[in-house]
Design a protein. Structure first.
Length: 451
């Protein structure tokens, strides 16, 4: 089974999706265990879901990524509560949340035992594909075809990223891309400005370091986090052509750009641009360095915006796109759709499950998630600038300026080369020679070419 689109075209689809009419008029897990949807919502979110209950029917179960540290949980629960108040199927929706890595392990285990909840969170592209091939996911093409208004509400290209052999198996609810969050107060106090070139970015890092301030927060235990930084820098060296060429089999993983980009990040680490002990820090501990004002910058998906605004930084938070190593490749970022859901083949009430996802992607729900929670909707909805925070204004401006997007490698290639790319980046940060590390990745790709 293959995707409806070739991997080579992914970056083009994403660029169109992120720059679509969504932006006219103007994402992922942490440490900890699971959290049930029964937990209390924030005051504002709870108010929207107040005043009702289900008709007393069955429970529709949902499995999602998230922990107590993620502010969006309250709003996701509010969507579920609002739908549960009044739906023609009489179902009550209950969402259970799990930490990112725990979620991946648990979902795989549940898939193997045919015990997956009715609806499950999924990443796109090669992550969802093996579950589709295994007959574990409901084909929702007919539901989309029967409701043209719903189908056409999605930004161009977004549905394609969860389609295989011309059939749709997932519903994207959001879009996201990587940005560099920064502490405006630290920048102002130390006389540095938002960089517009890569050289200026390095100068900002060194200036802050010389003044005793740690430039960036970095996590070393969750390999995808440093890997997305390497991927961003590589895109700034070679544009999205290298991404397309690797996807199309015309470029190798151990190309000079990957080696150089990984070494560039290792050099930053050696210069002290990341906090002490970062290599052993988890995502919660590392991002708390930025939240608490201990570092000046934090490179992460835009989905982190709401958590940042609720931290000690608050209104002092801003965002900029990392300038490209080679200026001709500016505004090519790591990004894709985010927070997609699929219906399990074991779901007994598929109509209700799809109805819930349809409600989640309605303008009513997406408006709440954007204005209150900082989640960029996957739909073609106009945005009211007056309701945006300054941080979200920064992010949407960045999004609108992108000329190309490349999905995270572990979404594009899944548990094979994608995960190994992540591990390779961490190995380089841990001291392994960059060329040797990427040579091993290329060998892995060749050894598994026929899988």
């Amino acid at each position: 089974m293959k995707s409806i689109f070739s991997k080579k075209t992914t970056a083009l689809l994403l660029a169109a999706a992120m720059a679509g009419s969504l932006l006219s008029g103007c994402g992922s897990g942490s440490s900890g265990g699971s959290k049930s949807g029964s937990a209390g919502s924030s005051e504002e979110a709870s108010a929207q879901a107040e005043g009702g209950g289900s008709k007393g029917g069955e429970t529709l179960t949902v499995m999602c990524v998230g922990t107590e540290a993620d502010s969006y949980i309250d709003y996701y629960n509010a969507v579920a509560e609002k739908f549960s108040e009044n739906n023609e199927y009489g179902v009550t929706v209950k969402i259970d949340f799990y930490e990112n890595e725990q979620y991946k392990t648990k979902l795989t285990t549940l898939m193997a035992s045919n015990a997956v909840p009715d609806i499950f969170f999924t990443w796109e592209l090669s992550y969802l594909q093996p579950f589709v091939e295994g007959g574990k996911v409901v084909d929702i093409t007919s539901y989309l075809d029967e409701d043209e208004e719903w189908k056409n509400s999605f930004a161009d290209g977004t549905l394609d990223l969860v389609a295989y052999d011309g059939k749709n198996y997932g519903v994207p609810t959001q879009k996201s891309l990587c940005v560099m969050f920064y502490n405006k107060q630290i920048f102002e106090d130390n006389g540095v400005a938002v960089p517009t070139t890569y050289e200026e970015f390095l100068n900002v890092c060194q200036t802050l370091k010389d003044k005793g301030i740690t430039p960036m927060a970095m996590c070393g235990t969750d390999a995808w986090i440093p890997a997305q930084f390497v991927q961003q820098i590589a895109g700034g060296m070679a544009g999205d052509k290298m991404f397309k060429d690797i996807c199309d089999g015309n470029e190798k993983w151990n190309n000079a750009t990957h080696v150089k980009a990984a070494q560039e990040v290792k050099d930053m680490a050696d210069k002290g641009y990341f906090q002490d002990g970062y290599i052993g820090m988890g995502p919660e501990e590392s991002k708390e360095q930025f939240f608490a004002g201990k570092t000046a910058m934090y490179f992460m998906g835009a989905w982190e915006a709401a958590n940042i605004e609720l931290s000690d930084i608050g209104e002092n938070a801003g965002a900029f796109v990392l300038p490209a190593y080679d200026a001709q490749y500016n505004n090519i970022s790591v990004g894709s759709i985010d927070t997609s859901f699929a219906v399990s083949e074991t779901c007994k009430n598929r109509d209700a499950a799809v109805a819930f996802l349809k409600y989640w992607t309605s303008q009513e729900s997406e408006d709440m998630l954007l204005y209150d929670c900082g989640r960029i909707p996957a739909g073609n909805y106009e945005i009211d600038e007056s309701k945006l925070s300054s941080l979200m204004t920064d992010i949407l401006t960045i999004s609108n300026s992108q000329v190309g997007l490349t999905p995270w490698w572990d979404r594009q290639f899944g548990a094979g080369e994608g995960v190994e790319f992540n591990n390779t980046c961490v190995a380089v940060l841990g001291g392994e020679d960059a060329q040797i590390a990427f040579d091993a990745l290329q060998q892995f790709a060749e050894d598994n070419a026929d899988r």
